[in-house]
Design a protein around this ligand. Structure first.
Ligand code: SF4
Length: 79
């Protein structure tokens, strides 16, 4: 399995997605549990971090059950 890592940033937080780990649980993009403004598998790219606040992105990323999603704050990366 290829170890691909994709990154998407709004300039403040960077969402990291590892497709090989994604279990397609739908948690991140279903309206009831997710943040469809940011995670939308019908779009390309499917993650658009501009769609929500950094705080709500962080909360959502932590809900990913497979560990496919993670994040880092851009300010911490440079520090
Ligand atoms: S919540 Fe995680 S495992 Fe589920 S679809 Fe989103 S990225 Fe994939």
């Amino acid at each position: 399995m290829k170890d691909i890592t994709k990154k998407y940033t709004n300039g403040e937080v960077t969402i990291v997605w590892k497709p090989a780990m994604c279990k397609h649980s739908t948690v991140c993009w279903r309206t009831e549990t997710g943040l469809p403004e940011v995670f939308n598998p019908a779009k390309h790219p499917w993650i658009t971090p501009e769609g929500a606040t950094t705080d709500s992105i962080v909360v959502q990323v932590k809900r990913c059950p497979s560990g496919a999603l993670s994040y880092f704050m851009n300010s911490e990366e440079k520090a």
